[in-house]
Design a protein around this ligand. Structure first.
Ligand code: ADP
Ligand code: MG
Length: 257
């Protein structure tokens, strides 16, 4: 076995995948840059660590279950007057997750609630937090079926291990009293272990209606709002204001045909 092959075998035994795959490049760089032994070793170990961190980040993002990626840098504050630059900076610092604070983003359709929720959770994944995304509808299905369905069980396990849970579209569909009780149980369990971002089109006063139970609504809101910031995102729909169309403007019906 030649030397390089032997090093590769050692790297594999030690689980140094990046070092194994990039051995030639690492050695070539050291030779061309005439690196010292210390610098060479630093580069080998440093690049292995960066590789592992990138892999772990990718895994966290994949497992979070985002329907699509959204980024904080794409959020246009000049369009959304309800969030100040200072608030956005504070939210991006993510210390509120360490403090187990919740965030409720409420408002009409198209104002950027889902964008903001996903972008914050995505950023949290990049920064080392475990996050999970779910719509309220999918969460209800998981809560109902986790005893009998393996995928629901896995999703609930994942949620319980997360530092941050996004529950999107709360209040869009009415829920049954069993679902309401399961939801209350989940919120109570997560209270001391994770932050929750809720997006909703309903004001607090309307929760009793979609939960069909005033006492339950009060109990859930009581737990959610204990450590919580609420951002009322009002204004115009970004979708309607930036509506895209695939038909060229000014074309007559004849031209289109
Ligand atoms: P909501 O969840 O409030 O109904 P979304 O977050 O789904 O709205 O936003 C609808 C679309 O508009 C998305 O593609 C989103 O990226 C975009 N959008 C909304 N608000 C903004 C904003 N302030 N800056 C950039 N894009 C925005
Ligand atoms: Mg939405």
């Amino acid at each position: 076995m030649d030397n390089l092959q032997e090093i590769r075998t050692c790297a594999t035994s030690l689980g140094l995948i990046h070092t194994k795959n990039e051995l030639e490049t690492l050695i070539h760089t050291a030779e061309t840059e005439e690196s010292s032994y210390v610098t060479f070793l630093q580069n080998v170990l440093g690049s292995e660590i960066r590789y592992r961190q990138d892999k772990a980040k990718e895994k966290r993002i994949k497992e979070a279950g985002f329907p699509y990626p959204k980024y904080l840098r794409d959020f246009d504050l000049s369009f959304c007057q309800s969030i100040t630059k200072k608030q956005l900076n504070q939210l991006s610092e993510l210390t509120w997750i360490d403090g187990l604070y919740n965030l409720i983003l409420s408002g009409p359709p198209g104002v950027g609630k889902t964008h903001m929720a996903i972008a914050l959770a995505y950023h949290a994944c990049e920064e080392g937090y475990k996050a999970s995304y779910t719509t309220m509808q999918s969460l209800m299905q998981c809560l109902r079926t986790c005893e009998i369905d393996r995928r629901s069980k896995a999703k609930m396990n994942r949620i319980h291990k997360s530092n941050l849970l996004v529950i999107d579209e709360v209040g869009y569909l009415p829920i049954t009293s069993t679902e309401g009780n399961l939801f209350f149980q989940l919120i109570s369990e997560l209270q001391e272990q994770a932050s929750i971002i809720i997006t909703t089109n309903k004001g607090f006063e309307e929760w009793a209606e979609f939960l069909d139970d005033a006492a339950l609504a009060t109990a859930i809101l009581d737990r959610l709002s204990y450590r919580c910031d609420r951002i009322q995102m009002s204004g115009k729909s970004y979708r309607l204001e930036n509506r895209k169309s695939f038909l060229k403007e000014g074309q007559t019906d004849d031209e289109i045909q």
